[in-house]
Design a protein around this ligand. Structure first.
Ligand SMILES: Nc1nc2c(ncn2[C@@H]2O[C@H](COP(=O)(O)OP(=O)(O)OP(=O)(O)O)[C@@H](O)[C@H]2O)c(=O)[nH]1
Ligand SMILES: [Mg+2]
Length: 214
């Protein structure tokens, strides 16, 4: 199969929320109870059939620990989609979503697609620190699809990544349409600008969205 489309996805959130577990669960169908904190950034890819179209999902699993923030922030720019995670048994991880959302706004592409996941949803009522309604609310405010997930019990993992992939596809189709319109407008401009002596290189930047290339 020709996997001509590659979607770059970044997994973000506090340390210990389950970022590595969700990537392993989705890509390798495995779950580990032992916790090994990610050092810097890891990467896995999965070939998926997105409604009949082959797509390669390139998933970057970031370290949540603060000491790696400078390194991981450098990866935001190339992301087409972000899976933002918190842990429903940790109120801190939920409260820190505002930090992550601000960081995304400051460092990622303005039209980056986001999905929110509240992990460890198989926990008991006594362990739960964040009600589902709070997740729903923040997701609505920031226009993100939201899932409560469990890597441990394999709940909603596939749905999360498929939703992200579909939103990225929509975004690309939308951008494609706009891109054509921009190109037409610019070619009109080119005729004018050439006659103004500016030359064709004034067009150069319009196609510089090579960000999706690998
Ligand atoms: N109960 C429960 N525990 C989970 C679940 N998913 C992950 N965990 C546990 O949470 C801990 C942290 O998981 P990781 O995936 O390593 O966390 P992380 O977000 O990658 O952490 P950093 O790499 O430090 O940023 C591990 O002990 C996992 O076993 C889940 O769905 N339910
Ligand atoms: Mg990790």
């Amino acid at each position: 199969m020709d996997f001509s489309a590659t979607y770059k996805v970044l997994v973000l959130g506090d340390s210990n929320v389950g970022k590595t577990c969700i990537v392993h669960r989705y890509c390798d169908e495995r779950y580990y109870d032992t916790y090994i904190s990610t050092i810097g950034i890891d990467f896995k890819q999965k070939l998926i059939n997105l409604d009949g179209v082959p797509v390669k999902l390139q998933i970057w699993d970031t370290a949540g620990q603060e000491r790696f923030r400078t390194l991981t922030t450098a990866y935001y720019r190339g992301a087409m989609g972000i899976l933002l995670m918190y842990d429903v048994t940790s109120l801190d991880s939920f409260n820190n979503l505002s930090y992550w959302l601000r960081n995304i706004q400051e460092n990622a592409a303005p039209d980056v697609v986001k999905v929110l996941a509240g992990n460890k949803c198989e926990c008991t009522a006594a362990q739960r620190a964040v009600d589902k309604e709070r997740g729903d609310k923040i997701a609505e405010n920031f226009d993100m699809p939201f899932f409560e997930v469990s890597c441990k019990q394999n709940i909603n993992i596939e749905e999360c990544f498929l939703t992200l992939a579909r939103k990225i596809r929509e975004q690309r189709e939308h951008r494609g349409e706009n891109f054509d319109e921009e190109e037409q407008a610019k070619s009109g401009n080119m005729k004018r600008s050439t006659s103004n002596g500016l030359g064709p290189f004034t067009l150069g930047n319009s196609s510089s969205e090579g960000r999706c290339s690998c």
